[in-house]
Design a protein around this ligand. Structure first.
Ligand SMILES: *Cc1c(COP(=O)(O)O)cnc(C)c1O
Length: 428
């Protein structure tokens, strides 16, 4: 049945659940029929400049010929084959690339199908590591407030306990340890007091701690905050000192977004376990990976179970692996760092106009991420409507109006985007 746009939206409203949405009072959603470059096209031909990269993912923009080709090439060989007992060139090439571009000790790769699953896998790895080492009491996690690690049960336990949208599950979830949110910004002078709260938790509870899990330098959906690379460095030192594993969740920050290929490079440290996802396929397909060091994989596999007990049905899907390989190679062959720096400079200059507004609490930019934090929560539907009228796509939440555009966005389009942000915020 072919529906016209009106019918489609009506049916969607009645039957289709959208992310973080009500089904009884469904939010406005906008129909998109195609996307190319940095533009999303609506059925009436109107185009929106995409400031979201489809949630950090579409770093090369949409409908990219190189990524399209990788998919059609893979399709001719096979769309999928199970990964249990079988392997294939696209998965192996992806693993080779991931091992090559991530910090050196990370040499073992577990491929999965989404970021949340990659986090579940990381948590299971850490707990199984200590179990195998004869220390089953080390099964708790420590993290910092205002973090976000995904929506599945294990991931939810380390999301911010207040704004994590998961309070009603608190009775059924295991309780972990939450340190205060770091206060020292990315560029600010380090003060040891900033990590006091995490330090105390590690000192007091290391005997039951399997791992510390944090988003390095950039906290994404939990608050869009940037903090000191020294914090991450100190967290690494504390983990070493007290025999606790360090898990870095680079699902949002990975593949260049913060100005380094991986955000842990700002701190010059390596985690024991690292999660990547989102931009890994350039926004084409759902794929993620959990990497770990040989120390961790040996620890797990030399234990009682002898194996790591996880295996999604679509693990290592060839189409997703092929487009991830193409996306990573494309990224490395383009001047991504200069592009991200140019976007950073332009965001800094153009969003500055918001800093003086009485409704604005803070303006911050790092890499190709621009954030305007308001004093009061914004009405997402209202502000989205205003932005769409100006030809721009953003998805503000809470007090945050923010953008992380595709790296290929040209100065003119970025100008249109930030001007729309500034005008809209001024009109609130
Ligand atoms: C998005 C995100 C996740 C969850 O990834 P999904 O693919 O949505 O399951 C986990 N951690 C961080 C830091 C993220 O930004």
């Amino acid at each position: 049945m072919k529906m016209n746009t009106e019918e489609l939206l009506k049916f969607d409203k009645q039957h289709t659940w959208h992310p973080y949405a009500s089904m009884t009072d469904a939010p406005t959603v906008y129909p998109i029929v195609s996307a190319s470059g940095v533009r999303l096209k609506m059925p009436d031909g109107k185009e929106l400049i995409d400031g979201m990269s489809s949630w950090w993912a579409a770093i090369h923009g949409y409908n990219h010929p190189v990524l399209n080709q990788a998919l059609t090439d893979q399709l001719e060989d096979m769309a999928h084959v199970m990964f249990g007992g079988l392997t294939h060139p696209s998965a192996v090439e992806l693993v080779r690339l991931l091992v090559k571009i991530t910090p050196e000790p990370l040499t073992k790769v577990f491929i999965s199908d989404s970021g949340s699953v990659a986090v579940e896998v990381a948590i299971k790895m850490a707990i199984q590591y200590w179990y195998s080492k004869g220390q089953p009491q080390k099964h708790k996690l420590a993290t910092i407030r205002t973090g976000y690690h995904g929506d599945t049960f294990g991931a939810m336990t380390v999301c911010d306990p207040v704004n994590g949208m998961h309070q009603m599950f608190s009775g059924v979830l295991p309780q972990h340890h939450f340190a205060d949110t770091p206060q020292i910004g990315f560029d600010e002078a380090w003060d040891e007091a900033d990590i006091e709260s995490l330090k105390k938790i590690i000192e007091q509870h290391h005997q039951e701690l399997a791992a510390v899990i944090i988003e390095p330098v950039v906290q994404g959906a939990g608050g869009m905050r940037f903090y000191s690379p020294t914090y991450v460095k100190r967290a690494r030192e504390l983990c070493d000192q007290y025999d606790v594993l360090l898990i870095l969740d680079e699902i949002a920050t990975g593949f260049g977004r913060s100005g380094e290929l991986f955000a842990c490079e700002h701190s010059n440290i390596c985690p024991d376990i690292m999660c990547v996802g989102k931009a890994i396929t350039g926004g084409y397909m759902s794929l993620a990976a959990t990497l770990c060091s040989e120390k961790v994989s040996d620890g797990i596999c030399q234990g009682e179970a002898g194996a790591f007990m996880h295996g999604p049905t679509f693990m290592g899907n060839p189409l997703a692996c092929a487009v991830a390989v193409a996306s990573i190679k494309l990224l490395l062959s383009t001047p991504w760092k200069t592009r991200v720096q140019n976007i950073e400079q332009q965001l800094k200059t153009s969003l500055l106009a918001c800093a003086e507004m009485p409704t604005v609490e803070d303006v911050r930019v790092l890499g190709s991420i621009g954030v305007v934090e308001m004093k009061e929560p914004v009405n997402m539907e209202r502000i989205q409507k205003m932005l769409v009228a100006k030809g721009v796509w953003l998805r503000p939440f809470g007090k945050l109006v923010y953008t992380m555009p595709p790296y290929i966005m040209e100065a003119d389009d970025l100008n249109t985007l930030t001007a729309a942000m500034v005008e809209t915020i001024a009109a609130l």
